[in-house]
Design a protein around this ligand. Structure first.
Ligand code: DX5
Ligand code: ZN
Length: 222
């Protein structure tokens, strides 16, 4: 049975001067998770937020904070992000030489563990850590910025990862360039969790935008 689709708006597209309010607004608009993009200006060519900001938004929602760490190294900061109130901590397979250790550290902090793959990284990079994972995040753009276009070749990678997951209780999340059109492609390929920044925050119509993503991926309607 397919898992329920989850929508995780990326607050990278929110108004940073009103972050608490924006988090409450996407919560009220029916999001499932809140996706937090952490960038270090080293692993990716942009700098965003740190643990203090995660702690600041924590009181504004009871929904899971899905924290996407685009930082290298990640290990020295995992405890701070865990203490800040993250629920899911996702590290990049490319960010360090010891992915297995990073995942063990996340679990030891009592958090759900995710791994992300940039577009050029093959799924084989995670073949030997599957049993440590709660989440696999397939980047469908090169990480660093919102508003980019979905890379079509990623649909095949999603399908392969869906097969690798088999019966394991691992969420398969996609991130980057998700619109109602590409959401349908990603879900058809096997994704069950959608990150969307631009598509959710566009025009300020958060509830309608989230509903459009769900409707576009509703397989029951064919
Ligand atoms: C990119 C981030 C994404 C980004 C998605 O590095 O990981 O979460 O905010 O933005 P959109 O949905 O606008 O492509
Ligand atoms: Zn992200």
């Amino acid at each position: 049975m397919p898992k329920t689709l989850l929508i995780a708006p990326s607050i990278l597209s929110a108004d940073f001067a009103r972050l608490g309010e924006e988090v409450r607004a996407i919560d009220a608009a029916g999001c499932d998770w809140v996706h937090v993009d952490v960038m270090d200006g080293h692993f990716v060519p942009n700098i965003t937020i740190g643990p203090q900001v995660v702690a600041a938004i924590r009181p504004h929602t009871k929904k899971p904070l899905d924290v996407h760490l685009m930082i290298a190294p990640a290990d020295p900061y995992l405890e701070a992000f865990a203490k800040a109130g993250s629920d899911i901590l996702t590290v990049h397979a490319e960010a360090g030489p010891h992915l297995d250790r990073s995942l063990q550290l996340i679990k030891s902090l009592g958090k759900q563990a995710g791994v992300s793959l940039t577009p050029a990284t093959p799924e084989s990079a995670i073949a030997h850590v599957l049993d440590r994972l709660d989440l696999i995040l397939v980047m469908t753009v090169n990480p660093g910025f919102g508003g980019q276009s979905y890379i079509g070749a990623m649909s095949e990678k999603i399908t392969r990862i869906r097969a690798m997951i088999g019966g394991r209780p691992i969420r398969l999340e996609v991130d980057g360039g998700i619109t109602p059109e590409t959401a349908a492609l990603a879900v058809k390929a096997g994704a069950d969790t959608l990150v969307a920044g631009t598509a959710v925050f566009k025009g300020g119509h958060y509830r309608e935008n989230i509903a459009m993503l769900r409707a576009a991926t509703d397989t029951s309607s064919g």
